[in-house]
Design a protein around this ligand. Sequence first.
Ligand code: HEM
Length: 242
Amino acid sequence: MTTSARPSPRPERPSRWQPVLETGRGALIVLAVATLIWFLLRYTLLAESFAWALPYGGKTAWYLTRSTGVVAYLFLTGSTMWGILLSTKYVREQVPAPVSLEMHRLLSWLTAAWSATHAFLLLFDTYYVYTLRDLLVPFVGPYRPIDVAWGIIALYVLVLVNVSFGWRQLIGANTWRRVHYLTFVVFGMVTWHGWAAGTDTSLMGMRLLYGGSTAVVLFLTNYRIITAVQAKRTAASAPARP
Ligand code: HEM
């Protein structure tokens, strides 16, 4: 009797919509965990022990909102700078592409996570009473609604840019790149938001942070545009292949 080997089943090709499904699942998990934490800290016995453990009493949430905002801004500056640098010749030669891309993606997600925490902490503020609606809907909050709205809109756009990291095949390279350029808009909106809404803007250190970050991002963007134009010109003037 001959034993003919059965052909191994063909590996299933992942669906084009797989990244979208994964994003939806991730968003649901984050929402569920955030709602649970908020509910436990606000409406159960845990709330009292939480308030008691806070080192600065009712002001703790405010201090934490401000500090997480600053950390989120540092991550955003780092992510924007690295995003511009990773396509330069120097970084391409020194850092393997998958590593530099993963670093960029990580910095971008850290920015989103820190910003979300920064906003979430406002729910525990004892001076201004924030509701979930004030965090999700721009222009309606109790404190400087217009300046804070830029932060809310920026966070929506940032999440869109972040989830689109995995959608390159689905939406095509050109659309993907255009979506990615929105990072510059996010950077501008957040810089304005922090400057105008932040209590600490009067401090020299914060002014240097906003001014220095903006100067570096503008410088790198200019550098990137100039090198891209030069590369195009060199390619256009190269003699055609025989
Ligand atoms: C839902 C989105 C957001 C809301 C509701 C929000 C809300 C606020 C509020 C109310 C303040 C004023 C706090 C104070 O100093 O009294 C503030 C400041 C600030 N936010 Fe946001 N924000 C959001 C998104 C963001 C994002 C995306 C970033 C950065 C990536 C950011 C960075 C900052 C910074 C740097 C400050 C200044 C902190 C300081 O002066 O110490 N925010 N934000």
